[in-house]
Design a protein around this ligand. Structure first.
Ligand code: DER
Length: 234
C-alpha cells in the first residue's frame, strides 16, 4: 500500500461520519483532498444530501467548487458539525502539528468551531512529542518586520535548539498565505515541553497571527497503516 493509498483509506473512513444535512469543515492537504472527493462522490450517488462545506483554504475551496459541493463560511455557520482534516504530526495525546501546507489559520478557525474534528493520517505522522519529526512547526506572522518576529520566535525556543526560517516559494520569494501573511517555520532539536505554555509564549509576541500546534482540538484520529486502520480517541 502506498502512502497515498493509506491516506485515502483514512479519509474514506472519516467520511463515514458525514450525515446528510451536516455543515462540514473541509480540510486542506493531500489527505483531506481524498475526503473532499469522497463527500462529492457520495453526494453524486444521492447518498449524502444537503451538505454545506466550509473550506479551510482557497485550494480546498477550488477543489470543492469544482466537485459541486455547496460552500458557505463561518459567518453564516458559526458552528460546524464535523471537520475532517489531515495533520503533519500527531502526538500520543492527539495534539497536532498542522500547517505545512500553509493553511493553519483558517484550518484552526474552522476546526476550533467544530462540534467534532476527525483527523486523518497515515501512520508516518505519529510522533512521540510535538516537533519530534524534525519537520517544521509553522507560525503565521504579519509581513511587517517579519525578521524581527523570526528572531523573537527563535529566542523563545533557544532551550530546544530552535532553527527558524522564513518560508519561501520556488521563486525564492516569501510564501504568502491566503490571509496575506508570511510563515516562519520553526524546527526543534529537543522536546519543547508543555505545549500550552509554548503556545502562550508564541501568541503573546506582537506580530504573531497563529501557530501550527492544534492542542486538544482533535476529537479522534484515524490512522491508516500497513497493518490496518486504528481510531485513536482521547
Ligand atoms: O497544512 C496542513 O495543515 C495540512 O492539513 C497538513 O497538516 C497535512 O497535509 P497532508 O495531508 O498533505 O500530509
Amino acid at each position: 500500500l502506498t502512502q497515498d493509498e493509506l491516506k485515502k483509506i483514512a479519509a474514506y473512513k472519516a467520511v463515514e461520519h458525514v450525515q446528510s444535512g451536516m455543515v462540514i469543515g473541509l480540510g486542506t492537504g493531500s489527505t483531506a483532498k481524498h475526503a473532499v472527493g469522497r463527500i462529492a462522490e457520495l453526494m453524486k450517488q444521492g447518498k449524502l444530501i444537503g451538505i454545506v462545506g466550509i473550506a479551510t483554504s482557497t485550494k480546498t475551496y477550488e477543489q470543492a467548487t469544482s466537485l459541486g459541493i455547496p460552500l458557505s463560511d463561518l459567518d453564516t455557520h458559526p458552528i460546524v458539525d464535523l471537520s475532517i482534516d489531515g495533520a503533519d504530526e500527531v502526538d500520543p495525546d492527539l495534539n497536532l502539528v498542522k500547517g505545512r501546507g500553509g493553511s493553519l489559520l483558517r484550518e484552526k478557525m474552522v476546526e476550533s468551531a467544530s462540534k467534532k474534528f476527525i483527523v486523518i493520517v497515515d501512520e508516518s505522522k505519529l510522533v512521540g512529542h510535538i516537533g519530534g519529526s524534525g519537520l517544521a512547526m509553522p507560525v503565521e506572522v504579519i509581513p511587517f518586520c517579519w525578521s524581527h518576529s523570526l528572531i523573537r520566535l527563535k529566542a523563545l525556543f533557544a532551550g530546544s535548539g530552535c532553527v527558524a526560517k522564513l518560508r519561501t516559494g520556488d521563486d525564492g520569494e516569501a510564501y504568502v498565505s491566503d490571509n496575506g501573511n508570511y510563515i516562519i517555520d520553526l524546527y526543534f532539536e529537543r522536546d519543547i515541553g508543555d505545549l500550552n505554555e509554548a503556545s502562550d509564549r508564541i501568541l503573546r509576541l506582537p506580530g504573531i497571527v497563529e501557530h501550527g500546534m492544534f492542542i486538544g482540538l482533535a476529537s479522534s484520529v484515524i490512522v491508516a497503516g500497513v497493518h490496518g486502520v486504528t481510531v485513536k480517541t482521547k
